[in-house]
Design a protein around this ligand. Structure first.
Ligand SMILES: [Ca+2]
Ligand SMILES: [Ca+2]
Ligand SMILES: [Ca+2]
Length: 627
């Protein structure tokens, strides 16, 4: 008994120490080898979504051999794949339509341990006030968030940012503008009359500063085009809650919101660059990649060689902009879900897609189709920065290209017409260049769908162009607001701001000008003029959606009608001294005896023998209506 007890004790002691040793070993082993999760994209989704299952990309460590399962039987997982290093895991999550919004964490298990993937289902936003799309009834206003209004100083110097990154005297540093600033200026924008705000990218960008011995250093990514996280809001601009507040408050005032999305590339500080989820996630690596030579003609020309085409589609926009490989289905799927996620969580109405021509056309189509399938009215405009209507028309949806693809893209910017207008209103080209350019509308399936920019953050401001005058700037903006298409203004043009090439064209918006009493005389003149043209556009359906018919043109004067049903608006531009012009309105059905009265400009005339004689003021634009 005694022996037995001793033996037992000895055995027990041995077992305990062995167990301790094993525990210690296993614990260490487990600690070193258990799966760990640091990020999940997307972090949330919706039941009854057109994308189901949704595919998650999970970042972490020791994910090799891991299984993923839901704790809820109405959420099913499948299609797991893990990268070679075990740092990324893809998994399909199928969501039962009956699941309610809430937390639905997923369990990741491997032979050596387990952990959770946080994941939730969101309540869908109201489709009556969100996802409304953009039409010719809208006037878009581009805001570069960092340069518009700083109304939250607490986010101006994040802990990981060196002082040089936050130097307001450096045009390439962060200047402090934020989402709160945009929210607080919504009444200003409402007063101006614009109806849709396009904000430069709000993805989180690197807070640091690039140093070099070139003239463009030190520089930062204040503009937002170098995402380090496709699922996070720039911490200097605010957070997701503030962004949602912005969209909600804008919608309450009748203002829509457009997100600037950048599917073509991410920033070189993105964690993917050091450790890509797949070897072909990008085109090349930081150490080995081709630079885009921007031979954009090869995208349209049937004579291009494959080497040039691949360079234009796969080349990096710059050495610090790794090019995403949408030919890899996991990348395409990730990006399509990402676009839908932002729309779904914020309620935005439209997307401006950056550098869209450098992505494969099938991807533009698949993205457009997925967006419209979930949000039928949602709108996407692509940046195809070409002063050539044949090229931009190739990318708009509604017709099939020679590759057999209809991109289904809602809109493209009309850089060709913008260019013509700048030349005409700075007296470098005759007025007839405007109808000369507009003849290429025949290349578009529906030219009323193009977005007519007055300028943007990549172009010189009008007032800094050679030959610019305030009168020229006023005619230019009147043209943008009266020609066919969807007009787009750039913050600051309405107060005649100056600015040469990037980054000079991104000066801080002068805070005083947000209030009428703070505007200098030239700012007030331009603001009031812009507002009056927006107002006429808002009040006259023919100006928004009417057919454009040329009536008169010579070197210095251009007169056209916008006609919708029985309504006729006549718009005239005269960059010469005051002159009389006989305009043939009988041809568009305006009867003799009808009066044309100025909506903008003190001009009127009675139609006789099919003609109306208008005394046009010099260096100005007028809008008349047939009564
Ligand atoms: Ca700020
Ligand atoms: Ca940041
Ligand atoms: Ca590309």
């Amino acid at each position: 008994m005694m022996t037995a007890t001793k033996k037992h004790k000895k055995h027990k002691r041995f077992s305990v120490s062995l167990l301790c040793f094993l525990c210690f070993f296993v614990a260490n082993f487990c600690y070193a080898q258990s799966p760990a999760v640091t990020k999940v994209d997307p972090p949330s989704w919706w039941a009854k979504h057109t994308i189901n299952p949704v595919r998650l990309l999970v970042r972490g460590s020791n994910l090799r051999g891991a299984r993923v399962r839901s704790m809820n039987p109405e959420m099913r997982t499948s299609g797991i794949s893990v990268n070679e290093k075990g740092t990324y895991l893809f998994v399909d999550v199928e969501i039962s339509p009956s699941l309610r919004p809430g937390q639905y964490p997923l369990l990741v298990e491997s032979a050596s341990g387990s952990t959770m993937i946080p994941f939730s289902l969101e309540a869908p936003l109201n489709t009556q006030s969100n996802f409304q799309g953009i039409t010719t009834d809208d006037v878009i206003y581009l805001i570069m968030t960092d340069r518009f209004a700083d109304n939250d100083p607490s986010n101006n110097a994040p802990k990981d940012s060196p002082p040089e990154a936050n130097d307001r005297n450096n045009p390439r540093s962060f200047h402090g503008g934020d989402l709160r600033g945009v929210i607080n200026q919504l009444p200003y924008l409402k007063d101006l009359g614009v109806t849709a705000l396009w904000l430069t990218p709000w993805y989180d960008n690197w807070n640091g500063v690039n140093r070099c011995d070139k003239r463009w250093c030190p520089n930062t990514y204040y503009h937002g085009y170098h995402a380090i996280d496709y699922y996070a809001v720039e911490d200097r601009f605010g957070d997701l809650a503030t962004l949602r507040e912005l969209v909600r408050k804008a919608h309450a005032l009748g203002l829509k919101v457009i997100q600037d999305q950048v599917a073509n590339h991410v920033g070189s500080q993105h964690p993917w660059v050091r450790d890509p989820p797949l070897p072909n996630w990008f085109h090349g690596t930081l150490a080995q990649h081709q630079l885009n030579k921007f031979r954009n003609l090869v995208l349209l020309s049937p004579h291009a060689n494959q080497l040039d085409i691949r360079n234009t589609l796969d080349g990096w926009f710059s050495d610090d902009l790794p090019d995403m490989n949408q030919d890899e289905p996991e990348v395409a799927r990730y990006e399509i879900q990402n676009a839908l996620w932002w729309v779904g969580v914020t309620g935005i109405d439209g997307i401006r897609q950056d550098t869209i021509q450098y992505m494969p056309r099938f991807f533009i189509r698949d993205l457009s189709v997925a967006l419209h399938r979930q949000y039928p009215k949602l709108w996407m405009v692509g940046e195809v920065f070409e002063r050539d209507a044949a090229h931009t028309a190739y990318f708009i949806g509604g017709h099939t290209g020679r590759d057999g693809i209809d991109t289904k893209l809602d809109s493209v910017f009309d850089f060709a017409l913008w260019n013509a207008s700048l030349l005409v209103f700075t007296n470098k080209a005759p007025m007839r260049s405007l109808p000369q350019q507009l003849k290429y509308d025949g290349l578009y399936p529906d030219a009323s769908k193009v977005t007519v920019l007055a300028n943007n953050h990549d172009t010189m401001r009008f007032m800094s162009l050679e030959g610019a005058t305030t009168a020229g700037a006023m005619m230019h903006v009147a043209f943008v607001l009266s020609v066919r298409g969807i007009p787009q203004l750039y913050a600051g043009e309405e107060i005649a701001m100056e600015g040469k090439e990037d980054p000079d064209n991104r000066r801080d918006f002068p805070g005083d000008a947000f209030k009428a009493e703070g505007r200098k005389p030239n700012e007030r003149e331009m603001f009031d003029w812009t507002r009056s043209w927006i107002k006429v556009r808002r009040e006259q359906a023919a100006l928004r959606g009417g057919k454009l018919i040329d009536l008169f043109v010579d070197d210095d004067t251009y007169v056209f009608a916008r006609q919708l049903g029985a309504e006729t608006i006549v718009i005239a531009f005269n960059r010469d001294k005051p002159r009389q012009v006989s305009v043939p309105v009988g041809v568009i059905g305006v009867k003799d005896g009808v009066m044309l009265r100025g909506l903008i400009g003190d001009v009127s005339g009675r139609v006789e023998k099919g003609q109306v004689v208008l005394s046009l003021p010099g260096q100005s634009a007028v809008a008349l209506k047939a009564f």
